[in-house]
Write a protein of this length. Sequence first.
Length: 261
Amino acid sequence: MITDTDHFYLDRSARSLLSTRLGEIRDWLVDELDNAITRQTAFGSGQATRHGQNDDPADVFDLNASDVAHDLFGTLRAWTYHVCTERQLPWPGEGRASHFAGWLDGHLIDLALTEQAPTAVDEITDAWKRAKSAIDTPGGREFAGPCQSPAQPTVTCAGVYVRRGTDTYTCRACGIACDIPAMKSKLHDGLLERAYTARELATALSVEVGDTVPYERVRNWIRRGKLEAVDDDPGTGATTYSLAAALTLYNATPRRSRMTG
């Protein structure tokens, strides 16, 4: 179904959420899958340890992680080919799954203009979920914010993704040592400062809680009077809502009933 006057088959909220997931695949998920496949990292009491050379060779290869990585690569490559064919774009060349994830993230508008875009979202999301489930880490990594380089945004640094509990991170692109708690605080404050439409709120809430919050859940909160409007966008006339209020509502909802709001 076409979603707006620009004839996109994915609305802005769906494109934003897909971009976040493609960014995770590009920036760290593929590398973590590599570690999972060869079982290079094991987590017991919360500490990472490397397997020694005397480990049983039969226990140094994760077949499930390998299958997941293969499916992730195939899914991203197939949708890259689809976009190139439908939009008459040059083939970006061969590469790893991270290469195709980056290309698709840079061509989300082209993808959104194809009728099969909703199917692409479903398949990429499924591959992303399976990849995260296959990773042998406590929760994988999370987005901390843009690089703290003083040259931003003139330098091209990817967003910083770190494991939970990380305090500092050295950006691979520019070498700047990033203060992770400060970055997270700035990101959080920035998200809380503005109001969101219902669809935008679902995306912002997903970023804040580190999990997918469906638009239908936000819509149910509004319909049931649990979430009140805060303003109308003067530019579009769209009704907007507070992220802080949505976070309070999300955290007050028992896990078993969050699917229905």
